[in-house]
Design a protein around this ligand. Structure first.
Ligand SMILES: Nc1ncnc2c1ncn2[C@@H]1O[C@H](COP(=O)(O)OP(=O)(O)O)[C@@H](O)[C@H]1O
Ligand SMILES: [Mg+2]
Length: 258
């Protein structure tokens, strides 16, 4: 089992001169599962896009397995698998479009694309990936948009793991999945973290808690990093969730934001 590392140093990013995340620093060693936790609009997707170079960070550095991939999605491509955020019930202001879905993949695998659909070897890899994520074979040739939220999420997971990258970054992989499929996909993601460095954003830390070693709590320009015990406690969570973080004995529950 190989060790992997993701180092984020002083990462600052935003839109049109307005900062969303500011000077975020952390170092993850893997294999492990780390969560990026925060309410809607906290900057989780912005942090992920800045890490992948899908948006040019204003400042800071990103180093994966010793390779500087700052602002270089093509450099990130061979090392990092990425699952962009899809949307379920909660309407987001900036949903991913079909175009972005393909574009992010294109930017991260530019040099590989011509080969990707030709050889039998690649076909076998795609089949294997679709099987591993548990997508029913009858769904393999259907349009993404005719699939359920859970099936769609499985397709995106397969897309991210097909080239077997050591690092995986998943943006809210459980949000668009109906509750019945959630536990199964959560446990699949947990099992990926046995071998890979997996970074998952979420607004519900509980689904993956038993697999989680590190929590990165973000809310715009505030952030905190530590073990679940260090971060998932009332005095830290209250800085982000205010009255929505409720201590129930030793457990912390996060209700939907008002
Ligand atoms: N493409 C964009 N252009 C301008 N502002 C954006 C864009 N995407 C996100 N934002 C803003 O940046 C902030 C963080 O958004 P985002 O990173 O999507 O948060 P999260 O993923 O945690 O829900 C929000 O205030 C959002 O309105
Ligand atoms: Mg997001």
């Amino acid at each position: 089992m190989d060790a992997h590392s993701l180092e984020v140093e002083g990462l600052t990013a935003g839109y049109g001169g307005e900062l969303v995340i500011e000077k975020v620093s952390f170092r993850l060693e893997g294999p492990q599962l780390a969560q990026i936790l925060g309410p809607n609009g906290a900057g989780k997707t912005t942090l992920i896009k800045a890490i992948l170079g899908l948006m040019e960070p204003i400042s800071g550095r990103v180093i994966v397995d010793g390779v500087d991939i700052t602002g270089d999605p093509k450099g990130a491509g061979p090392i990092v698998g990425y699952v962009p955020q899809l949307f379920g019930l909660e309407q987001a202001k900036y949903p991913v479009t079909a175009w972005e879905l393909v574009e992010s993949s294109y930017f991260m695998h530019r040099s590989r694309w011509p080969r990707l659909f030709s050889s039998d070897e690649v076909k076998a890899k795609i089949e294997k990936a679709l099987k591993i994520v548990g997508l029913d074979e009858e769904a393999w040739r259907k349009s993404l948009w005719n699939l359920s939220g859970g099936q769609r999420q499985r397709v995106l997971l397969a897309r991210a793991i097909v080239h077997d990258p050591p690092v995986l970054i998943l943006d809210e992989p459980l949000s668009a999945v109906d509750p019945s499929g959630r536990a199964e996909i959560a446990s699949f993601i947990g099992s990926l973290a046995d071998e890979k460095l997996v970074l998952v954003s979420t607004h519900d830390p509980m689904l993956l808690l038993r697999h989680t070693r590190t929590v990165i709590l973000v809310n715009k320009r505030f952030y905190a990093v530590g073990s679940p015990d260090e971060v998932l406690k009332l005095e830290v969570l209250s800085r982000v969730y205010a009255g929505a973080a409720i201590q129930v004995r030793e457990h912390v529950h996060i209700s939907d934001m008002p």
